[in-house]
Design a protein around this ligand. Structure first.
Ligand SMILES: [Zn+2]
Length: 222
């Protein structure tokens, strides 16, 4: 080995640890910064309008469940969902039907992250009045209780269900989530067939949507 080559080799060997140390340090700093930024991840929610994609759901008062929810409720929920700070709310494609997507195409709830909480909105039929919450576990969660309060305030609770809750394990639209261990609440907003329920829903849609977003996230909107 020529003398200058030897010097170069020795010089590089001496520099190598320095380079390694500085790389490690900057990598550690970067990962620490990332951890700090991720310290408070937003709680994830997915909101689904019931039925759709050719399934109208229940009919009443000149409309049907799928259309009423998408036309009246969805835009208001979207509006207020932007005003919460600690929650990330996304909406299931309103052109789709999650039950069909899941059972027929093996998509739908297969694509939902297990840490996401799902909130489904529906309207009841044919005979009765008032709304209720179909719950995931045997006993209502705090979120279920807040959602029932909103129903009680604007439409009234369905007396057929004690406290406004119903625990069911025989509903397809819940079981597509239940089978994947995904947390959910299903809100039956009231009867689409009942004139008074329908009138109250239409009249208070913005207030209901705002209160529902607050109930879901447990955050206050100004
Ligand atoms: Zn329905």
């Amino acid at each position: 080995m020529k003398k200058w080559k030897l010097r170069l080799a020795v010089g590089l060997m001496l520099l190598l640890p320095v380079a390694l140390i500085s790389t490690t340090t900057s990598a550690q700093a970067a990962s620490k910064a990332a951890t700090t930024a991720k310290a408070k991840p937003k709680k994830q929610y997915l909101i689904i309008m019931g039925h759709g994609a050719g399934d109208p759901g229940a009919r009443g008062n000149g409309t049907n469940e799928a259309t009423f929810l998408r036309k009246n409720l969805l835009p208001q929920l979207k509006k207020y969902s932007k005003e919460v700070k600690n929650s990330q709310i996304t909406f299931y494609n309103p052109k789709h039907n999650i039950v069909k997507d899941t059972l027929v195409h093996h998509k739908g709830s297969y694509k939902i992250n297990k840490h996401t909480t799902v909130i489904m909105f529906h309207l009841d039929a044919p005979n009765g009045k008032g709304g209720h919450v179909i719950i995931h576990k045997k006993h209502p969660t705090k979120r279920d209780k807040r959602l029932a309060k909103v129903i009680k305030k604007y439409v009234g609770l369905n007396r057929a269900y004690r406290g406004g809750y119903s625990f069911r394990t025989n509903l397809r639209n819940c079981n597509v989530l239940r089978k994947r261990g995904i947390d959910y609440s299903l809100v039956e907003m009231g009867f689409i067939t009942n004139k008074s329920n329908y009138k109250h829903l239409k009249k208070n849609m913005a207030k209901i949507a705002k209160a529902d977003i607050e109930a879901i996230t447990n955050e206050k909107i100004k």
